[in-house]
Design a protein around this ligand. Structure first.
Ligand code: CDP
Ligand code: CDP
Length: 217
């Protein structure tokens, strides 16, 4: 198995703002393989449902809305791109409005199956981040990681990205952790890291070391 092999999948799971998508991008770049953010598919579903005025609690209506649109997740070495009906919505779906509803949409088994099917269609090698990548979608991935940090640290990171009040962000993160709890159960064979005291470079180095691609002697 090599970083170019068809069985090479690296899963990076963890809660909101644990650093998984940034780390996934950096690890993918170091390995010269594409990266995939599974959360973007849940975000696409949520944005479509909100735009159409569909009840996010109605699984059948959510699925019907998804069937009306072309949702494409295009893996890329410098980051993946989400397109809905041909329009690049990668950035716009990363909003507080989508954050507030996405867990409800993601709770539906039919929506989870739709996302899982999209992801399993993608040709390996790749690095993929999410919640249940190592536990459910790619249980046979050879390299599984679970990144974590306290809600306070994660809230401070999010505030660094989006102009917002720390207490409000911390509360939103706690709420989403609670709603995502079922999906957040790490794969039993995932390697865990508390990223709280670490820089991004240290986290990326730790992951690459464990894949056998690090620079640490
Ligand atoms: O970056 P952040 O963790 O804030 O969000 P994300 O990875 O884009 O995921 C957004 C939401 O999608 C999460 O809060 C979960 O509700 C859902 N999600 C999931 O259920 N399973 C995944 N593999 C990825 C995301
Ligand atoms: O994808 P996820 O929501 O887990 O987190 P992210 O959007 O990749 O990262 C949230 C922010 O934390 C980014 O601005 C990172 O640069 C920053 N950060 C980190 O991810 N890891 C550290 N050790 C330090 C900062």
């Amino acid at each position: 198995m090599s970083a170019g092999g068809p069985d090479f999948v690296v899963t990076l799971d963890g809660p909101a703002a644990s650093g998984k998508s940034t780390v996934a991008r950096r690890v993918a770049e170091a390995l010269a393989v594409p990266c995939v953010s599974s959360g973007l598919l849940y975000r696409a579903a949520t944005a479509l449902v909100a735009r159409a005025g569909v009840d996010p609690g109605d699984a059948a209506a959510v699925l019907a809305e998804l069937a009306r649109h072309r949702v494409e997740l295009l893996p890329g070495i410098a980051g993946d791109v989400l397109r809905v009906d041909g329009e690049d919505v990668t950035r716009s779906v990363q909003s507080d409005e989508v954050d507030a509803v996405v867990s409800r949409v993601a709770a539906h088994p039919v929506v989870r199956a739709w996302v899982g099917d999209r992801l399993r269609e993608m040709p390996a090698p790749f690095v993929v981040d999410g919640r249940d990548m190592g536990s459910v979608v790619f249980p046979h991935a050879p390299h599984k990681f679970y990144l974590d940090a306290s809600p306070e640290v994660r809230a401070a990171r999010r505030v660094g990205e989006r102009a917002a009040d720390l207490a409000v962000v911390a509360e939103a993160i706690r709420r989403r952790d609670g709603l995502d709890a079922r999906q957040l159960k790490p794969a039993t064979d995932a390697q865990h890291l508390d990223t709280g005291p670490l820089t991004l470079d240290e986290v990326v180095g730790w992951v690459l070391d464990r894949i056998g691609r690090g620079t640490t002697p």
